[in-house]
Ligand binder design. Structure first.
Ligand code: AMP
Length: 395
């Protein structure tokens, strides 16, 4: 696996695909800088080698050129974080960019305009990728968030750098962390899968059964598993058409000797509302008119015991509707258990979908071993897919 540390960028231009798809408020201010900070060490390495960095990214989902999606809005924030005044050019291909590149000196950083102003980016257009390829001597992919897309800048462009392409620090770290969980893991291995629906996690569960010793199924998925086994789930979220699948998963898990842990009690509410009336009930006995919105105290205790006997922990998805304080306690307790296990030497990885939001909201980001930056990319990796952006560098 080639990384930027295998290259010396002196007098060279690194064409770096970063993921600066950051959230902006109405004043076009960056409201979460995580992704910019995550790319910092790669950019700094190039500058310290006395090379120049050409940064390319997408922002949002523009339909053609739309000013509100211009990357010019983030130039000052990127400059502040990198510690260098970043130059900007309001295009990503063409003469204007060629001129900016010609004027770019070692130690400088140039940010190109939003790649998705061109439909060719998402189409994976080869000519467009070739035009992008002119802007660097070495292609560096550091955008895990888009590594599952075969877009021009994430995958296709790599073919124009047969000998001089590599992973940036962030992407290398993502690959290493996933490998530590899925392939080179210390046993026992635990996956905690929460979130809303079985249907969005089913492929992950199926793939992960070959990799783990314990599986905690929580969140809204609980109720499909419970009803499938004959429990009463009241008005809880439940996918009736996935009940057979839930039973199949349980059978497969047994066959593979994977211990499945499902909540035994839940916080049930009489409405999907933070101020609803609540009661703690047996997961199999949820009254009609009530819905399970969080794991109950006994479940939390059970999960704590499981977490603390494991050496590798993957966490994807909350145990309840964590956005509402009343139903956030199960997720917080799980975070505390994983924190403790991590302090005792376990490797813990959080990622995929919206998991990261929960982890950040409750301050667990610094307490787990690694928080993945890619929602969809992480989910696809957990599903066992090889990501095109990663393949393009490896092959
Ligand atoms: P996901 O993106 O699949 O990880 O799902 C995250 C969402 O699942 C969060 O927005 C939670 O509010 C939601 N969720 C978790 N538990 C439940 C539940 N028991 N009922 C309804 N939604 C839930």
């Amino acid at each position: 696996m080639k990384t930027i540390n295998d290259f010396n960028f002196e007098n060279k231009k690194a064409l770096i695909r970063v993921d600066f798809n950051v959230p902006l408020n109405d004043q076009f201010e960056v409201t979460d800088t995580t992704r910019i900070e995550a790319a910092k060490s790669t950019i700094i390495k190039v500058l310290e080698d006395r090379g120049a960095a050409v940064l390319m990214s997408h922002l949002g989902r523009p339909k053609g050129v739309e000013e509100k999606y211009s990357l010019k809005h983030i130039v000052e924030k990127v400059s502040e974080i990198i510690g260098v005044q970043v130059k900007f050019v309001d295009d990503c291909i063409g003469d204007k960019v060629a001129e900016s590149i010609a004027n770019l000196e070692d130690g400088e950083v140039l940010l190109l305009e939003n790649l998705r102003f061109y439909g060719e980016e998402k189409a994976g257009d080869v000519d467009f990728a070739e035009q992008l390829s002119q802007w660097g001597d070495v292609y560096v992919n550091d955008a895990f968030g888009t590594a599952h897309r075969a877009h021009a800048s994430t995958t296709i462009v790599a073919q124009f750098f047969p000998e001089s392409k590599c992973f940036g620090n962030l992407l290398a770290k993502e690959i290493e962390s996933i490998d530590k969980v899925l392939n080179n893991s210390e046993k026992p291995v635990l996956a905690v899968l929460g979130g809303a629906k079985v249907s969005s996690k089913i492929t992950v569960i199926e793939n992960i059964l070959d990799k783990v010793d314990h599986l905690i199924v929580g969140g809204g998925m609980t109720y499909t598993f419970i009803k499938a086994q004959g429990g009463k789930v009241g008005d809880s979220i439940c996918e009736d058409d996935k009940m057979d699948l839930a039973l199949e998963i349980l059978a497969k898990a047994k066959e593979k000797n994977v211990k499945v842990h499902i909540p035994v009690d839940v916080i049930a509410a009489d409405a999907f509302d933070n101020n609803a009336n609540t009661q703690i009930v047996d997961v199999n006995e949820i009254p009609d008119g009530w819905q399970g919105l969080d794991a109950g105290p006994k479940s939390v205790e059970n999960f704590d015991a499981v977490v603390n006997q494991c050496k590798t922990i993957l966490w994807n998805g909350p145990l309840g509707v964590f956005e509402m304080e009343t139903f956030s306690k199960g997720t917080i307790a799980l975070g505390n258990s994983i924190d403790k296990a991590t302090q005792n030497g376990a490797f813990s990885l959080v990622g995929g979908g919206d998991s990261v939001a929960a982890v950040k909201q409750f301050g667990f980001a610094e307490k787990v071993s690694y928080v993945s930056t890619g929602g969809g990319a992480m989910l696809e990796t957990l599903e066992g897919k090889t990501l095109p952006g990663i393949n393009a560098i490896l092959n």
